[in-house]
Design a protein around this ligand. Structure first.
Ligand code: DQA
Length: 140
């Protein structure tokens, strides 16, 4: 089975209790279980990780680059300003995912430093966006 890393950035570990009116009620653990199952149905070996630490995320992206492992990336707020994450992500094949519709929220969320090099972008489809990202990667 082809390996895929699903990498979630800061505050996404709080899914379920964090602004449920925006992000829904699914916890990160449930999301992780669900996307692993979705991956199995697509012959993908999915591993889900989450971190609050930018250096950790960069190291995981390097691991993906070195292992030629495609990535589903929700970089949380780093999306909007972290050139270091953008540079590391650019070493990989990745789909940028946002649970919420970032274009319907505060102005700063409309800008993404990740989009230019993404293989695809999925925004505002809720946690189902991760399934769509996996479908895209499985079809590549
Ligand atoms: C997010 C949107 C970001 O603006 C925010 O900082 C997040 C989550 C999303 O999935 O909708 O942490 O990436």
């Amino acid at each position: 089975m082809r390996k895929v890393l699903v990498l979630n950035g800061p505050n996404l570990g709080r899914l379920g209790t964090r602004q449920p009116e925006i992000y829904g009620g699914v916890t990160h653990d449930l999301l992780a279980e669900h996307v692993v199952e979705t991956g199995q149905g697509m012959e993908l070996d999915v591993e889900v990780r989450q971190t609050e630490h930018e250096g950790q995320m960069i190291e995981w992206l390097h691991e993906a680059a070195d292992g030629d492992i495609p990535v589903v990336l929700n970089a949380g707020a780093w999306t909007h300003y972290s050139y270091a994450i953008a540079d590391a992500a650019a070493l990989t094949t990745y789909v940028e995912v946002h649970i919420s519709n970032v274009h319907a929220r505060e102005e700063f969320r409309s800008k993404s430093v990740l989009s230019a090099n993404a293989s695809g972008i999925i925004i505002g489809c809720g946690v189902g966006g991760y399934d769509l990202a996996l479908a895209h990667l499985s079809a590549m």
